[in-house]
Design a protein around this ligand. Structure first.
Ligand SMILES: NC(=O)c1ccc[n+]([C@@H]2O[C@H](COP(=O)([O-])OP(=O)(O)OC[C@H]3O[C@@H](n4cnc5c(N)ncnc54)[C@H](O)[C@@H]3O)[C@@H](O)[C@H]2O)c1
Length: 432
């Protein structure tokens, strides 16, 4: 099938490369000319495991091309995916200007029947708005489909190639048939393709992200209670997670959720519920808990040191999660800002996010070329992202580099007993 994917970010580039990998001819369109030039030369602007090989192979085989010119791409395609950003607007709602702008541009370029697919995360009612925007610009026949994306950054290709489910909001049989054909190779392992109305498909994406964010905030509160009453959240988590009705994934307490999706999607869901005169009270609490959780590591440091003025703090992990370079809404940002505000010197290290961090913090922090280098002369280490390479460090070496052996672990990477034995003062989340 001939496909256009508009937006070559974390979602669009993965979607385009994966469709090409399954034999489709894919044109990726982005308005960012520098990004497109880089992609045309085989340079991948983001870090996502396996993506570079996939893009290179499909580019070389002529199934994947990149352009800034939308009309030509639309004319040669049967299906057009809209995968542009839906950032948070000032009032917390999802800003649809990019989605609707692309819809209008697509409509103006149409030369026959097209399926226009919303891949971006969009509030209920957007399919109708997209339909209306297209209808105003063209007399050609078209269908609008809602096809939310559930991939996780850091495992995006695996998730897209072998999804838990594919959700298709489609309200006419012609478009449904095309979408089923397109996704058939991805669901050979019997993952369900769920066809539903557009509103339900749109809501399913927000409900999934809101549920995951709720689990995180819930466990963060359980961890905080553990600290208050002297229980161990690891034990509690295992006991709770073994209940098959609950399950063990997504029960890890930490420094709060971040990334380009959970924070904005939780806000947008509250907002569109409010517009429909429904007060989504649980999500208000989820968000409030998350905001306060992001301050807990700094609070622990202040309690330990009295003042952070003049202290040197090493930070391991900047990306909002491992295996990505993405720092959008990363918990490391408010942590580092609060340390700087309190007068500390900050030395940071992340395996992939250093270039992004340099744009954010400039010369206000020191950038280490390795995790151990960041520890030189440090009064304490704060662990913010659970990269695998931080899990089994050489504690002797760490102690010899640090001024004082103090660790504030926001991801519970180490066993408290082992840390005591290794001579560290060790603070973690929800454990004694
Ligand atoms: N990142 C994730 O893990 C994830 C997962 C599922 C769903 N989503 C959703 O997918 C959407 C895209 O997210 P992302 O993380 O890929 O965003 P992103 O910011 O990484 O990428 C968006 C891309 O769209 C391009 N763009 C914007 N307007 C354009 C236009 N008019 N024409 C052409 N290109 C344009 C931008 O230049 C950018 O390259 C969002 O709605 C997001 O909520 C994201």
């Amino acid at each position: 099938m001939n496909i256009t994917v508009v937006g070559t970010g974390y979602v669009g580039l993965v979607v385009g490369a994966c469709f090409a990998e399954n034999g489709n001819t894919v044109i990726c369109v982005d308005k960012d000319a520098a990004k497109v030039r880089a992609l045309q030369k085989g340079k991948i602007p983001i870090y996502e495991p396996g993506l570079e090989e996939l893009v290179t192979r499909n580019r070389q085989e002529g199934r994947l091309t990149f352009t800034t010119t939308l009309p030509r791409a639309v004319r040669s395609s049967q299906v057009i995916f809209i995968a542009v950003g839906t950032p948070e607007a000032e009032d917390g709602s999802a800003d649809l200007q990019h989605v609707l702008g692309v819809a209008r541009d697509v409509a103006r370029a149409m030369n026959g029947y097209k399926v226009v697919v919303d891949k971006s995360t969009v509030p209920v009612g957007t399919a109708e708005k997209v339909r209306e925007a297209i209808r105003r610009e063209t007399t050609h026949p078209f269908s609008v489909v809602s096809n939310p994306e559930f991939l996780k950054q850091g495992a995006a290709i695996e998730d897209f190639m072998k999804p838990d489910r594919v959700v298709i909001g489609a309200e006419d049989p012609r478009a449904t048939e095309i979408m089923l054909e397109l996704y058939a190779p991805f669901t050979r392992t019997d993952a369900p393709i769920m066809v539903m109305d557009c509103a339900s498909a749109e809501l399913a994406k927000y409900a999934a992200n809101a549920m995951l964010a709720t689990r995180i905030s819930f466990m963060n509160e359980v961890a905080n209670v553990c600290e208050a009453v002297g229980a161990d959240v690891d034990q509690v988590r295992k006991a709770v997670g073994s209940d098959r009705r609950i399950g063990s994934s997504f029960l890890f307490p930490g420094v709060g959720y971040g990334g380009s999706c959970f924070p904005k999607d939780v806000k947008a869901m509250m907002r569109f519920a409010e517009d429909a005169e429904y007060d989504f009270r649980i999500l208000q609490a989820v968000e409030a808990v998350n905001l306060s959780q992001k301050t807990r590591l700094t609070a622990k440091m202040k309690k330990h040191f009295g003042t952070l003025k003049g202290k040197v703090i090493a930070v391991w992990g900047l990306a909002f999660k491992p295996k990505t370079d993405d720092m959008r809404e990363a918990p490391a940002i408010p942590l580092i800002e609060s340390l700087l505000q309190a007068g500390a010197t900050v030395q940071v290290y992340d395996p992939e996010a250093m270039a992004v961090a340099k744009k954010l913090f400039g010369s206000r922090v020191t950038y280490a070329d390795a995790n151990y280098t960041a520890l030189k002369g440090a009064d304490a280490l704060a662990i913010v992202t659970e990269w695998n390479e931080f899990r089994r460090p050489d504690f002797e070496r760490m102690r010899s580099l640090m001024k004082t052996p103090v660790i504030f672990d926001g991801r519970n990477l180490f066993a408290p007993a082992q840390m005591k034995q290794s001579g560290f003062t060790y603070y973690s989340i929800g454990r004694r």
